[in-house]
Design a protein around this ligand. Structure first.
Ligand code: SF4
Ligand code: SF4
Length: 143
């Protein structure tokens, strides 16, 4: 649990704004973001039912998409409706774990990927690895 709370304070600094009142939101379309138990309990604490936001179709619970986008994405502004409570993986994106190569990298799909320096990848990459360990320990070796 201690690791969880430390991770909660971490989020990769990235400016996702594309205008005064609109965000990019690209990574929130067809999201496949996996959820830790703490992610689930924090979001539930806001009053959301599990079946509203969890897709249990895979081996590990993940965020649900509705009409091709995360259930928490604001249609108009592309802002996250639960930003302070968003899952750990959302906080660390666009850093992702490449399973095949066992390395943390910047997702090439993010339009602002070039703003993430190598030193940031190194600094925040350890949190991505920790998150993978947490997911594996919670949901078995399926992460
Ligand atoms: S794709 Fe990149 S720039 Fe766009 S919202 Fe996600 S993290 Fe931000
Ligand atoms: S929880 Fe928020 S940041 Fe994460 S995918 Fe959904 S809308 Fe995007």
């Amino acid at each position: 649990m201690k690791d969880y709370y430390r991770l909660l304070n971490e989020h990769l600094p990235i400016d996702c704004k594309i205008s005064d009142n609109e965000y990019c939101g690209k990574c929130c379309f067809k999201t496949e973001m996996l959820l830790t138990r703490l992610d689930i309990s924090r979001i539930k604490s806001l009053g959301y039912r599990e079946d509203y936001f969890i897709d249990r179709g895979g081996e590990i619970p993940k965020l649900k998409n509705v009409n091709g986008k995360c259930v928490f994405l604001d249609e108009e502004t592309k802002a996250c409706k639960i930003y302070p409570y968003r899952p750990l993986g959302c906080r660390l994106y666009p850093l992702i774990y490449n399973v095949k190569e066992d390395k943390v990298e910047v997702d090439p799909l993010c339009p602002k990927r070039s703003s993430i320096s190598k030193s940031k990848v190194k600094e925040y990459g350890r949190f991505v690895r920790e998150l993978v360990v947490i997911l594996m320990s919670e949901w078995g070796s399926k992460a």
